[in-house]
Design a protein around this ligand. Structure first.
Ligand code: SAH
Length: 247
């Protein structure tokens, strides 16, 4: 029996942002391991599957990653079709790469299925184009949260001229703000903070680099949220006007 695990991106929350391939994988799955950030509404595509919550709230606090690895392996070796469903895209801050490698090393076939990552969805839901001709030539996805306390090269990010999309940043707003200002990014740089992107409870807080922390506090910004930092975060009209003003 060929063991197989699908590592599937569930997208940012809106069930309509699921890919057709994700739907097919869910349809075929006997067992679905689901992360916290996945909207349970997508489980309508796998009514017969056994659903196992494995997020932090799913009861596997100690060594969760090792536990999840073993669970996937066990079901795959039983010949079950396993779908591991992750919020957004499995390979954007989702450990998809690690899980795929671990399983492949043990002879399990892995198929990765893209999902729409929260950073892209959040920006689009707020009318923010992450690239804009003449204004933003690129996008950099970063996480403010690291396990080993290593730091990003904030100066390079501040001066790189790309739109920054920050994941897991809510608890690190002060550090992000301080580092980007110290790195030379203009205090007036627009910032959009988008909570629960693509879900009915989505909220967005528009600010700038100087005010972002105070504005987020007043707004009571909660995780999950993404930050979009750069001229485009003010929207197309404002970004184009600022280009005219400075250009
Ligand atoms: N693999 C996921 C990211 C997981 S890391 C993806 O591709 O989207 C978890 C972080 O993702 C959260 O802290 C938050 O920054 C972001 N996130 C996930 N879902 C979100 C949503 N619906 N709205 C805003 N941010 C979200």
């Amino acid at each position: 029996m060929n063991a197989k695990v699908w590592l599937v991106g569930a997208g940012p929350g809106d069930p309509e942002l699921l890919t057709l391939k994700a739907v097919r994988a869910l349809n075929q799955a006997d067992v679905v391991l689901i992360d916290d950030l996945v909207n349970p509404a997508v489980l309508s595509h796998c009514p017969a599957a056994r659903i196992i919550p494995v997020g932090k709230r799913g009861g596997c606090r100690s060594t969760p990653q090792a536990f999840i690895h073993r669970l996937m392996l066990r079901y795959a070796r039983q010949g079950k079709c396993v779908a591991r469903l992750k919020g957004g895209d499995p390979c954007i801050f989702g450990r998809g790469g690690e899980e795929a490698q671990w399983l492949q090393e043990r002879g399990v076939e892995v198929e990765l299925v893209n999902g729409i990552t929260a950073g892209l969805a959040g920006a689009t839901q707020c009318g923010i184009p992450l690239t804009l001709r003449g204004i933003s030539r690129g996008v950099t996805l970063v996480t403010a949260h690291t396990q080993d306390d290593s730091t990003l090269n904030w100066q390079a990010l501040a001066q790189g001229g790309t739109t920054l999309v920050v994941y897991m940043g809510v608890a690190k707003l002060d550090e992000i703000q301080a580092q980007l200002l110290a790195g030379g990014m203009a205090a007036a740089t627009p910032v959009a903070m988008i909570e629960n992107a693509s879900l009915p409870q989505q909220r967005e807080c528009r600010s700038n680099l100087l005010q972002m922390r105070a504005d987020a506090l007043a707004f009571k910004l909660q995780s999950p949220a993404i930050l979009v930092i750069g001229e485009v975060a003010a929207g197309v009209d404002a970004a184009l006007q600022s280009q005219v003003a400075t250009g």
